[in-house]
Design a protein around this ligand. Sequence first.
Ligand code: UFG
Length: 323
Amino acid sequence: MRVLITGGAGYIGSHCNRLFADKGIETVVLDDLSDGHKAAVVAGEFVKGNYGDRVFMKQLFSQYTFDGIIHFAAFASVPDSVARPQRYYDNNVAKMLALLDEAVASGIKYFVFSSSAATFGEPQYVPIDEKHPQHPINPYGMTKLIGEEILADYEKAYGIHSCSFRYFNAAGDAPDGMIGEAHNPESHLIPLVMRAAMTGEKMKVFGDDYATKDGSCVRDYVHVEDLAEAHYLGLQYIMEHNISENFNLGSSDGFSVLDLIRTFEKILGQKIPYDIVGRRAGDPAVLVASNAKAKELLGWDPKRSDLETILNDAWHWEQHRKY
Ligand code: UFG
């Protein structure tokens, strides 16, 4: 079996590529390295290119036969999407259409899609299950919801089966320190907490006036290795049943920004310096997943997604980063 992994040099994609290769699946990573790292591709073949370039994709699909596509490549920063939505609609929607059209034309039948908890917007209830209405409150979330809708229509019309995963907050790194989270610029909470611990420079906590127990935003942190495992199970599932499904992927536990800082302070035995500043645009107060469907249908077991394990793996990575 051979799969194409777009964005396989990025954070979640690189962990998925490694896991698929460990399971004996041939992988071809396609990445333009706009936010990914060549050094993160520790298995399979690497091709540098743009998944929205129809001519290039036609050529790639004639060169290789793929059993499925795992589509990670996208812009994924909530605050950046609020400031620069055009980039998000172009990359995450227009280019995805080009990729899908070429996939359909070359007869590929299975597509695993990186969607997001950001498709739900401000939750009407938590934990958020798959029946929860989707009303995104930022352009990033909207692009991912459009992606899901396109996939539903493409299945009916063209028979391409998909599995959409709504990741909650991807976090953690490979426990052996080989690969990990490396965005530039970095906007995610955990790497910034680590940096504050290493440099002693103050980090910012965005908002302490949300309707949560301590006023800071609550998120559901899910280990990147558990996410990778879900992609393997999800692909097998849609191949076996010839259907499309979507799943919320989280730990089902919520932690506030201040909870997370305090947990890490306990692990380190050291204070993390921070200032409380105003809210960041586009942030929902609470995002916590129900992972019952993924557990039941896929047999998914998020073994590394407790907060201490995530923070320990992240700390190990930050101290030994290779890229
Ligand atoms: N935060 C801070 N200070 C920082 C950085 C973040 O207080 O320096 C806060 C944010 O305001 C938010 C929480 O920490 O309340 C988590 O922020 P992240 O930027 O780490 O993650 P997001 O929740 O914004 O977004 C992540 C992914 C998105 C995805 C979303 C879904 O980056 O792609 O989770 O839950 F859509």
